[in-house]
Design a protein around this ligand. Structure first.
Ligand code: FAD
Length: 440
């Protein structure tokens, strides 16, 4: 039996490794068009900022690791160009030699990931304009900074990658302006939380322009509609990603309403023996089963493992996600899980909200304020979502909410949680308890 996997980053290698563990006799090959595999894309901003000094730390595994540990053959710089599911054949191009050949599969995993979406701005194809997706992008940005020593940069977009890049370009002594087309920053937060975050960022002296549309990218500045030009010797476009679905749709794989690949809870597509996982698939919110496109490493690893298990006869089933996200911005941590107030209303819930700012631990041990906004359903009292902005301890509070929401806890459960307490970590009444106390 032969398994062919396309893509060797988070999802593809997870799928292949799990399949090999379940069935060591399986003949597995992964085709990857890039030269880097199984890397931590999430660490790339910190390589650009210099906190991670060596790219090898983010790309710790090479094909020989997978060959020795799992007997998986990874062919890098090999691009799958088409798939014929009638004859179960992939056509592959060796990007180094230019040779093209076909390979047979019994089962196929599409782990083709996602690619940055670049808006059609005039001048965006110049050599000082970058996206950040893979190690090569990060190397190119670092090379550019080392060669040209830019003094100014514009980041387009205020998702987590754009804001992580704000911190890491600043670490290179670059004066950064962040430009956002929408009237609010960070689409994963409600407007009030986004405004709070914006205030914290601008209080640190950074410029964020909202409602701002770039019309041209020039050599050392960008032009905007209705605003003065902004100096930009370097431009980072961080305006989201789109799933890589071309191969899939050409072979007859169905896409979902988010335009990513539609899979069942075993990661199987509409075609027998064809599975998909990672950033190329549509998942669903566990709260209300709404289809979503949530391209995150956490989900890519999970769905990859499920695909590898399912295709070798295992019983793993995907249970959905909460769109949970977290990122660092200087001394701040920003996190969200589940539905925002806006999303909950749009999904038809009658919503109650609790919003407070409390210290994460006693002031005498350096406690700092943390703002939590939680959303629940007025009738069932079920907790639907939370957004947290603070310094220390945001990560553990958001994971408390993740767990509560996953097990359909109610507002009244919050106060009764027996959370760990000692002064270095929290107050006797934690901000999470307080949220439970102030819900209507
Ligand atoms: P990808 O990483 O996109 O890999 C797909 C691979 O398939 C690519 O290497 C591509 O070259 C290959 N491929 C595509 N088509 C073909 C073809 N025809 N033939 C051969 N090969 C092909 N997620 C988090 O959860 N937390 C974070 O903090 C976080 N931070 C991030 C920061 C940055 C800067 C970036 C870029 C991403 C971050 N992510 C984060 C997202 C995370 O990196 C991705 O969700 C994850 O890499 C997805 O893995 P994947 O294997 O599904 O897809």
């Amino acid at each position: 039996m032969k398994l062919v996997v396309i893509g060797a980053v988070a999802a593809g290698t997870s799928a292949a490794a799990k399949a090999s563990r379940n069935d060591p006799e399986l003949d597995i090959v992964i085709y990857e068009r890039d030269q880097d595999i199984s890397y931590s894309g999430c660490g790339l901003p910190y390589y650009i900022g210099g906190e991670v000094e060596d790219m090898d730390a983010l790309t710790p595994r090479d094909p020989s690791f997978f060959k020795e540990k799992y007997n998986i053959n990874i062919k890098v710089r090999h691009e799958v160009q088409s798939i014929d599911h009638q004859s179960k054949e992939v056509t592959v191009k060796n990007l180094d030699t230019g040779d093209t050949f076909t390979d047979h599969y019994d089962q196929l995993v599409l782990a083709t990931g996602a690619s940055p979406f670049v808006p059609p701005l005039e001048g965006v194809d110049q050599s000082h304009v970058f996206t950040l997706r893979n190690p090569n992008d990060a190397r190119s940005i670092v090379d550019f900074i080392n060669q040209h020593r830019p003094k100014s940069a514009v980041i387009v977009g205020t998702g987590f990658i754009g804001l992580e890049m704000l911190e890491n370009l600043y670490a290179n002594d670059i004066d950064v302006t962040v430009v956002e087309k929408m009237p609010q920053i960070t689409p994963n937060l409600d407007e009030d939380m986004a405004e709070y975050l914006e205030e914290l960022i601008t209080n640190k002296g950074f410029r964020i322009l909202k409602d701002a549309t770039i019309t041209h990218v020039e050599q050392d500045h960008v032009k905007l509609e209705d605003s003065p030009d902004i100096d930009a010797e370097l431009v980072i476009v961080a305006t989201g990603v789109r799933p890589n679905t071309q191969l899939a749709s050409n072979m007859g794989v169905e896409l979902g309403e988010t335009k990513a690949i539609k899979v069942d809870e075993r990661m199987q597509t509409n075609l027998e023996d064809v599975y998909a996982c990672g950033d190329c698939i549509e998942t669903f919110l566990s709260i209300n089963h709404q289809p979503v496109f949530r391209p995150l490493g956490s989900t890519a690893n999970k769905t990859g493992r499920i695909a590898g298990d399912a295709l070798t006869g295992g019983s793993s089933r995907y249970q959905g996600n909460l769109g949970t996200g977290i990122y660092q911005l200087f001394d701040l941590t920003i996190a969200n899980t589940g539905l925002t107030e806006k999303a909950a209303i749009e999904s038809g819930y009658d919503v109650v909200v609790a919003d407070l700012t409390k210290a994460n631990k006693p002031r005498y041990l350096g406690g700092e304020k943390m703002r939590i906004k939680a959303v629940a359903d007025r009738h069932s009292r079920q907790i639907l979502g939370a957004q947290i902005i603070g310094k220390e301890g945001v990560d553990k509070r958001i994971d408390v909410f993740v767990t509560l929401i996953s097990y359909m806890a109610k507002v009244e459960d919050l106060f009764h949680l027996d959370l760990a307490y000692a002064p270095p970590y929290s107050n006797a009444k934690d901000p999470v308890h307080f949220i439970g106390m102030i819900f209507e």
